[in-house]
Design a protein around this ligand. Structure first.
Ligand code: 5GP
Length: 141
């Protein structure tokens, strides 16, 4: 059996964390190295590595938790907004191989950027390339 992920160990109570939400399937706790006050991670208790590995009912539970927690997090730290995201795979910056949704409080003038800032340089795609990509996405299972 593989080693439990750090988030499984948090859920099991083996590693201390500031848990702010818990159900049978989902937990949420403050990030240990917050990007902003209130930066929270929402995780399925089962350690699926990638988003597509989560069964639909668990994904729904995770998203319901994100929706419920977001206004509570904003209110707790008096944030103006939130950026919500998932590093889905190592090349995207995922360090912990256990799905987690980052809820990052944002403040007017905080110096951060939008989600558009996370990728590298923008591609210059022709109409044909865009059609091919859309077809490939639309026709894949
Ligand atoms: P990733 O880069 O995988 O999307 O983000 C992993 C996040 O987990 C990081 O923001 C990091 O600060 C957080 N993290 C890593 N180890 C721990 C831990 O032991 N406790 C908590 N609360 N957060 C952690």
């Amino acid at each position: 059996m593989s080693e439990p992920t750090i988030f499984e160990r948090i859920v099991a109570g083996d590693i201390p964390a500031r848990i702010v939400y818990e159900t049978d399937t989902v937990a949420a706790f403050l990030d240990a190295n917050p990007l902003a006050p209130g930066h929270t991670l929402v995780v399925p208790k089962t350690p699926y590595e990638r988003l597509d590995e989560m069964p639909a009912d668990v994904a729904a539970d995770v998203w319901a938790a994100v929706q419920e927690l977001t206004p509570r997090i904003e209110a707790a730290v008096d944030a103006d907004a939130t950026t919500i995201g998932v590093n889905n795979g190592e090349a995207a910056g995922q360090e912990v191989p256990h799905v987690h949704v980052h809820v990052v409080p944002r403040f007017a003038g905080d110096g951060g950027g939008p989600i558009h800032a996370v990728a590298g340089s923008r591609p210059d795609l022709s109409e044909g390339e865009l059609d091919d990509i859309a077809d490939a996405i639309g026709s894949s299972e």
